[in-house]
Design a binder for this molecule. Structure first.
Ligand SMILES: [Zn+2]
Length: 556
């Protein structure tokens, strides 16, 4: 049985890796591309971290794991709350392997806070406030040990904070220092014993790409050669740091280790589309506001101050605020109200939360003051939404603003569709929307300005990330196609001789290996594990298998 080292890198773009490896900037990744198998890794339907990381560690799409975004609507209200690892509705690879007795480590993987019990060690990832908090590590004593040895754990890159102040060099240095510190702590744990699966995640790449894409991509409208001269290319610098770290880990890993590098999504320019959505729905009359009253001006001022305060607070302070239940409630309900306080629900057919792109229908059977009846009326509103959003163009370039608008069940499947907005949108990633958005609705021409501003963000997510597989039994210089993020977990299970449960959406990546990986002897659980599953729900015997496994793991 091989050992596995899984290195998860948020937002790692295969296009950039290949280009910079060819240019000689990434010698270690260059070696791994040449001696291993690699390909684009298709992310979840809306290619955002809070839905993609859970898919990577469960082998299922968000309709089955139950997380759409980092904020989730609270049922029967219009409010939202922050997700935790407890919202993941199926066992993670770490639960499955712990139950099988494997030795494992799970470090810095987003959406794992609070850290679950596992047969090994864990440090929670993104959304974990600090080592002092319950659930930061497994076992709990590990927190004290790490604190003593390494000081403050680098959970949060303050990249945004410094980038917005124009302190670019500081922003990049903070991210690089954090990346190296996480790697050092990881190595300390790695060298303690031998592991069946050692998983370590890095998210600093994503933060740097969000704030510095315009210094890396000469097609970006804000690309400015003088700035590049002054600041260099922070995206290249973080890729070089990743390359150096990967080189160190490759040296550390024993010869029987298969190394898998995987990202939750790729990277491209930020198209700004989502910031128009609330106003697009307003302009079409689908979202209706209450008439202004004297109190509204005061409320608006309060809101502005609150937002400004939220922007100015360093992330560490915000996370401390978030970690206090009362503080979290206050922040969440502040942002919930920001969306909802002006909406007249009795006349609103559809609305969108401003941090997401996707609209919800105000459904009478679901929302507290819903006015749209399920069935025919619901479908009619969805058809209108698709027509409206598809008609949108960029006033500056005349280009279409979106590349695909879809009903949720076209791309998601499973028992948790209720956490997913009714309509999904892919914005046109070839352009960045600068002026107003022009759209047609029922014969009217609409001109729409952004609902909010997102200062400083120039890089966005792309649907295809990266997968690189390297080590014994792996085909060299092989390019693998049509790999999906849900394929990682089944592949890890099969590599470790464990059955792949039938409910998983992913398939084993046999194409990476010189010989197909042997099936586990657990025939019932393995059934169909090499075939892609596209169907919307489980078959009756799949249902039985998942029920059985969830029961064994204490989920039911
Ligand atoms: Zn991101």
């Amino acid at each position: 049985m091989p050992r596995i080292l899984l290195i998860g890198i948020d937002g790692l773009s295969l296009e950039l890796v290949r280009q910079w490896a060819d240019d000689g900037y990434l010698p270690h990744l260059q070696k791994m591309l040449a001696a291993g198998s690699s390909g684009l890794l298709r992310s979840t339907p809306e290619f955002s971290s809070p839905q993609a990381w859970p898919s990577l560690i469960t082998g299922v799409n968000p309709g089955k794991h139950g997380i759409f975004s980092f904020l989730q609507p609270v049922p029967e209200t219009y409010e939202v709350r922050r997700i935790t690892s407890a919202d993941i509705q199926v066992p993670t690879i770490f639960s499955l392997l712990s139950a099988a007795g494997s030795q494992l480590a799970c470090l810095n993987i987003p959406c794992t806070y609070p850290m679950e019990e596992l047969n090994g060690v864990g440090v929670a990832g993104w959304l974990c406030p600090s080592l002092r908090h319950n659930g930061a590590t497994w076992p709990p004593e590990l927190a004290g040990e790490l604190r003593q040895r390494f000081g403050r754990y680098p959970f949060h890159a303050e990249v945004k904070h410094y980038a917005l102040q124009g302190r670019y060099e500081r922003a990049v240095n903070v991210a690089l220092a954090q990346l190296h510190k996480k790697s050092e702590i990881g190595k300390y744990l790695y060298q303690r014993q031998s592991w069946d699966l050692f998983a370590i995640g890095f998210v600093e790449t994503d933060a740097i790409q969000h704030y510095f894409w315009h210094l890396s991509d000469s097609n970006h409208p804000q690309y400015n050669p003088q700035q590049v001269q002054r600041w260099g290319n922070p995206v290249l610098r973080i890729y070089q740091a990743i390359d150096e770290i990967i080189g160190q880990w490759r040296e550390l890993a024993s010869d029987d280790t298969v190394i898998i590098i995987a990202s939750d999504h790729g990277a491209t320019l930020y198209n700004r589309g989502r910031i128009y959505m609330p106003n697009l729905l307003r302009a079409a009359g689908l979202t209706v506001d209450k008439p202004p009253n004297p109190g509204t001006a005061v409320a608006a001022l309060g809101r502005k101050l609150g937002e400004r305060l939220h922007q100015l607070l360093p992330k560490a302070v915000k996370m401390r605020l978030y970690d206090n239940p009362l503080g979290r409630r206050a922040v969440e309900s502040f942002f919930s109200r920001r969306l909802t306080e002006n909406i007249n629900w009795e006349q609103t057919q559809a609305y969108s939360y401003y941090w997401e792109t996707a609209p919800w229908v105000n459904l009478s059977s679901r929302q507290p003051q819903g006015i749209v009846a399920p069935g025919h009326q619901y479908e009619q509103i969805r058809a209108q939404l698709i027509e409206l959003i598809s008609s949108a163009t960029d006033a500056v370039t005349g280009q279409p603003a979106t590349s695909r608008v879809f009903r949720r069940e076209e791309l998601y499947s499973g028992p948790h569709l209720d956490v997913i907005p009714d309509i999904g949108v892919w914005w046109n990633q070839k352009i960045t929307l600068e002026g107003p958005l022009i759209a047609d609705f029922e014969g009217r021409r609409l001109e729409v300005e952004p609902a909010i501003l997102v200062p400083g963000i120039t890089g966005g997510h792309a649907p295809d990330g990266t997968v690189i597989v390297y080590g014994p039994g792996v085909r060299s210089a092989a390019k693998i196609a049509q790999v999906r993020i849900e394929d990682i977990t089944p592949t890890l299970l099969r590599l470790l001789g464990q059955p792949v449960p039938g409910y998983m959406d992913g398939a084993v990546l046999n194409g990476c290996f010189t010989e197909p990986l042997p099936h586990s002897t657990d025939r019932a659980a393995e059934r169909g594990a090499d075939e892609r599953r596209q169907g919307p729900a489980y078959s009756p015997d799949e249902e039985e298998i998942i029920t059985e496994r969830l029961r064994n793991l204490g989920y039911l």
